[in-house]
Design a protein around this ligand. Sequence first.
Ligand SMILES: C=C1C[C@]23C[C@@]1(O)CC[C@H]2[C@@]12CCC[C@@](C)(C(=O)O1)[C@H]2[C@@H]3C(=O)O
Ligand SMILES: O=C(O)CCC(=O)C(=O)O
Ligand SMILES: [Fe+2]
Length: 358
Amino acid sequence: MPTTLTDVFRGHPIHLPHSHQPDFTSLRELPDSYTWTPKDDLLFAAAPSPPATGENIPLIDLNHPDAASQIGSACRTWGAFQIANHGVPLELLQGIEFLTGSLFRLPVKRKLKAARSETGVSGYGVARISSFFNKQMWSEGFTITGSPLNDFRKLWPQLHLNYCDLVEEYEEQMQKLASKLMWLALNSLGVSEEDIKWASVNSDLNWAQSALQLNHYPVCPEPDRAMGLAAHTDSTLLTILYQNNTAGLQLFRDDLGWVTVPPVPGSLVVNVGDLFHILSNGLFKSVLHRARVNQTKSRLSVAFLWGPLSDIKISPVPKLVSPVESPLYQSVTWKEYLRTKAVHFNKALSMIRNHVEE
Ligand SMILES: C=C1C[C@]23C[C@@]1(O)CC[C@H]2[C@@]12CCC[C@@](C)(C(=O)O1)[C@H]2[C@@H]3C(=O)O
Ligand SMILES: O=C(O)CCC(=O)C(=O)O
Ligand SMILES: [Fe+2]
């Protein structure tokens, strides 16, 4: 039987201090354990991009006849873009935002009833990447893989069925959109369905799987010294992020520093993950990103993390490999890659990189 994301960390427990999750609303000062300096994260204080550069992540209209080449170009230069006219109903986006807000407004004691276990993927807790840092992040999260029924029943004894339907509908819409975006990006490189057999469009997407990550960044007394979610890349093919109307997401560009992604109501942020970087033989950039917090408005985000079934081998598309452009990466399944990432974190990509003899 093919393994799913639920099994990924079974043999690989990650020790996370969920039970120390504070009641953020009660903290008037930033505790020491939440105070970040460049020692805790080399890029913590890297220069923010000056607004005067005018360089901004592209906002792409999916109805534009040139959308494929705009997406391809954004994947190469930014590893990310925003999309408008994506076809996901506004009520569904509002619905998922409402669900996320209601979840995080529950008392800590209730949320901990659905706490993520050390060997599990789903449930409430601190960010999985917390184990790589000495300092705590100013956020809380809830991860959904498979059916959220059991967890939702513990959180909302009355309303859980409605919320399960909402998540199912959201995942269905995101899955269709993610596949459309992947093919638009690949088409821009001249790659078509014949080139990637496992990812056929006409397969009801039965080769793909996903996780939904709900994030909450509470109002913070000293935002400049705190970190919402530390710099990381996603392990996915693509991630589609809904953010509420509060800024906080930042992308790193070597030439610009940290660039804030402004919230555009109704639009979605898309970012290239490590597996798409591998598939494109390094042409698409797996973008380093993080979330900052602020003093006046709490922030919510919902990340749809999308990739292939755990046992599908991902390797650079042969068409993008030539005697000059040899395959940059070894082939890897999502499951193998998540395990490599669970050990080596931001060095995972370099661990599977082929070293070409000069
Ligand atoms: C499918 C997954 C991707 C993810 C690990 C996970 O098993 C479920 C949560 C995902 C997430 C969300 C926040 C950032 C991230 C790096 C993390 O720690 O958990 C990603 C993981 C990833 O993309 O590698
Ligand atoms: O909250 C955000 O803007 C970023 C979230 C994120 O990067 C993630 O969940 O992987
Ligand atoms: Fe992310």
